[in-house]
Design a protein around this ligand. Structure first.
Ligand SMILES: Nc1ncnc2c1ncn2[C@@H]1O[C@H](COP(=O)(O)OP(=O)(O)O)[C@@H](O)[C@H]1O
Ligand SMILES: [Mg+2]
Length: 526
């Protein structure tokens, strides 16, 4: 159901309604699917803009007349093929433009602009209209003056009016869909997620991080293997720790090993341990990580960098819970929860035979995919504050803060090194700021200082704009200039220009009105 009452309070609609009156002298009216007027025109204290309509509504059967018209319009629109029509009202030569509102293929109501006369109103026609008005209950004077108030529109005016009324309909549908979507989202958020900004040692309040927290909550209590994927510095190890410390294994060891830091033989001995004399230098027995973390959690970082023969051994531990220390003759048993991580494209590695599929399916029981920082920029400020506080506390310094400009620069940067890079940058800033309380952009690393954020980094030089005076004024000047040039370039095709400028058609029309740029409107006022 469309909330029709709400539409009146919608800025776009009330603006378009003003514009329709200013340019074409018409009232903007909307009705629901039962052809009931919902735009407030039946309210007792409603102020009519258009004289003719005011007089009509003051007639003994004024309401019935308009209701009759509306029902006819609705009938035409409901079943016809056309989205928008020009209709004849009860009064001869007086017309309106009506457009239907359809949501998901269902007719929801009508928007229309009324009344006007198209082409001309000849002496004889005027008399006809006068007669009909007085018949319906208007006084001679009333009829005369309100007929004079009717706007006479030429073909191109009507064409454009047609477009505008259709646009109002589109705006209503869009607004309705927006509201519906938002309501769904709010429901979804309320039912599933709190507004957590941290989980164990992880900081972040973006929707993406909330979803990760939610997943981790469910994962922790289980015994399933977890596979964490994400770029370098996204916090893969923090995820592993969070899972361990919120799991029933929390009182046992959490150990981490970076598989890419060892060659095959060393990794073998690191993970599984070795017996005295197993190789030169093995002067005594050594416990491997699988033994040390027995009952706890072992984090296998960079598992994508292990050899195929190592992968076979890992698979065996996962499947059977047994392994063979280097130089041993009988296998050992272990009860370790495995959390593995990689920043490599594991799917591709399976295709090229570099990573065993059976191992992948064994560790990927639950998959946690950490989004890069550039996809959750809303977490940048909270992370900046977190690391700043951490640094200042550790160094025993009074708390510092960032200047606005510094903050902006950090927000614009795309953070290829993710949270780790951000953490390092903050550390650097704290050192360079020395005794300064406020951290200013000049201490930023050059790559951050020089980065230009996304679409804002254009190179068009602003010429001919008065850069003295207020910013607002200068912006308005620029806006008006861009629209004026654009209108010419697009041959006054507003849909095309709106797309080019990246704004909605409705807001373009509002701006055209604000800056007085429309050629048709000028014609109408002459
Ligand atoms: N969400 C986060 N909140 C706080 N610190 C984070 C977060 N993500 C990463 N870090 C920090 O960034 C650094 C890199 O994290 P790490 O888990 O080692 O990343 P990865 O293993 O993905 O390369 C660590 O110092 C870690 O504490
Ligand atoms: Mg890591």
């Amino acid at each position: 159901m469309i909330n029709w009452k709400e539409m009146k309070n919608l800025l776009v609609i009330s603006k378009l309604s003003e514009i329709l009156y200013k340019w074409y002298g018409t009232e903007l009216i909307w009705t629901d699917a039962q052809a009931k007027i919902q735009s407030g025109h039946l309210d007792k204290d409603h102020e009519y803009k258009n004289q003719f309509f005011a007089v009509q509504m003051g007639m003994p059967h004024g309401h019935d007349l308009i209701n009759n018209d509306i029902e006819n319009i609705a009938d035409q629109l409901k079943d016809g093929k056309e989205q928008t029509i020009i209709f004849d009202s009860f009064f001869p030569h007086v017309q309106g433009v009506a457009s239907r509102v359809v949501v998901d293929g269902e007719y929801m109501g009508t928007v229309f602009a009324y009344p006007f006369v198209s082409g001309s109103l000849k002496e004889k026609e005027m008399k006809e209209l006068m007669a009909r008005m007085t018949e319906a209950g208007a006084s001679d004077d009333e009829a005369k003056s309100c007929i004079e108030d009717l706007r006479i529109l030429d073909e191109s005016d009507v064409e454009y009016l047609h477009e505008l009324v259709e646009l109002v309909g589109e705006e209503i549908v869009e607004f309705h869909e927006e509201i519906t979507k938002r309501e769904h989202r709010i429901k979804e958020l309320n039912s599933e997620l709190g507004d957590k900004y941290r989980y164990h040692m992880m900081i972040g309040k973006s929707k993406k991080m909330q979803q990760i927290y939610h997943l981790l909550e469910k994962v922790s209590s289980s015994e399933a293997s977890v596979f964490v994927q994400g770029e370098n510095g996204t916090g893969k190890e923090l995820v592993a720790k969070a899972i361990h410390y919120y799991s029933p294994r929390r009182d046992n060891m959490f150990l981490a090993v970076n598989c890419s830091a060892f060659n095959d033989n060393l990794l073998d001995s690191e993970l599984f341990g070795h017996m005295k004399g197993a190789f030169t230098g093995a002067v005594k027995d050594k416990k491997g990580l699988f033994e040390q973390s027995n009952g706890g959690t072992l984090f296998l970082d960079e598992i994508g960098d292990t050899s195929l023969s190592m992968q076979v051994k890992l698979l065996r531990v996962l499947q059977e819970g047994t392994y063979l220390p280097v130089g041993a003759t009988s296998p050992k048993k272990t009860d370790v929860r495995i959390i593995a991580a990689t920043n490599r494209d594991i799917k591709k590695m399976m295709e090229t035979g570099e990573f065993r599929e059976d191992l992948y399916y064994r560790i990927n029981v639950i998959n946690v995919n950490l989004p890069p920082l550039r996809e959750r920029r809303e977490d940048v400020p909270i992370l900046m504050d977190h690391f700043l506080k951490k640094r200042c506390d550790e160094a025993g310094l009074p708390m510092k803060s960032y200047s606005k400009k510094c903050m902006e620069k950090m927000l614009d940067y795309h953070w290829p090194g993710n949270v780790r890079e951000l953490e390092n940058e903050v550390e650097r800033l704290v050192v360079l700021a020395g005794d300064d309380k406020i951290i200013t952009p000049e201490h930023l690393s050059p790559r951050i200082l020089e980065s230009v954020g996304g679409p804002r980094g254009g190179s068009n030089v602003v010429k001919g704009i008065n850069t003295n005076g207020s910013l607002k004024q200068a912006l308005e000047e620029l806006e008006s200039l861009m629209i004026r040039d654009g209108l010419k370039r697009c041959n006054f095709n507003k849909s095309k220009l709106a797309k080019e400028l990246g704004i909605s058609r409705a807001s373009l029309i509002m701006k055209v009105d604000k800056y007085d740029l429309d050629k048709r409107k000028k014609a109408a006022n002459e």
